[in-house]
Design a protein around this ligand. Structure first.
Ligand code: FES
Ligand code: FES
Length: 169
């Protein structure tokens, strides 16, 4: 067993884990973060995407022991404590960017990563930014619209606050 010490959605955890335990299974089975879902377990679908130190990663392609001393945000840590949705979550809701919802946690987090790097992405850049995430319901058009809306919202709030970063919660 190996010790892992990690912050997930603002809470610190210390656990003993099997060295082969995948991060996605650690999140779901040890921490109960079942909003992080498994679509393929082979790094293809992106459903298991989380933010690792702010960058999107497929948590089925990372070992739990690799995240020690690092910070993870799952879909369950995006909304504010009072339940207010993160702007990207709200944009997905407003633009009907989910059907069955299975891909949605990964799509939202991939979009957060994209917008943190590029606050004003073109449609092509959005499609490229989420290309590692598959939607089996094929709802890509509204997903792209949602990311465009979140980007627009982020620019508007940055302009009103004088901030220079992309969308934040
Ligand atoms: S479950 Fe991780 S990429 Fe599909
Ligand atoms: S909404 Fe069903 S997989 Fe994307």
């Amino acid at each position: 067993m190996t010790r892992v010490s990690v912050t997930v959605d603002g809470v610190s955890y210390q656990d003993e884990v099997e060295p082969r335990l995948l991060l996605v299974h650690y999140l779901r089975e040890r921490l109960g973060k079942v909003g992080t879902v498994v679509g393929c377990d082979t790094s293809n679908c992106g459903a298991c995407t989380v933010l690792l130190d702010g960058r999107s990663v497929k948590s089925c392609s990372v070992l739990a022991v690799q995240v020690t001393d690092r910070t993870i945000t799952t879909i369950e840590g995006l909304a504010a404590e009072d339940g207010t949705l993160h702007p990207v979550q709200q944009a997905f809701h407003d633009n009907h960017a989910l059907q069955c919802g299975f891909c949605t946690p990964g799509m939202v987090l991939a979009a957060c990563d994209l917008l943190s790097e590029n606050a004003d992405p073109s449609e092509d850049e959005i499609r490229e930014g989420i290309e590692g995430n598959l939607c089996r319901c094929t709802g890509y058009q509204n997903i792209v619209r949602a990311v465009q809306a979140a980007a627009s919202e982020g620019r508007a709030s940055s302009a009103s606050t004088g901030a220079t970063t992309g969308v934040t919660s």
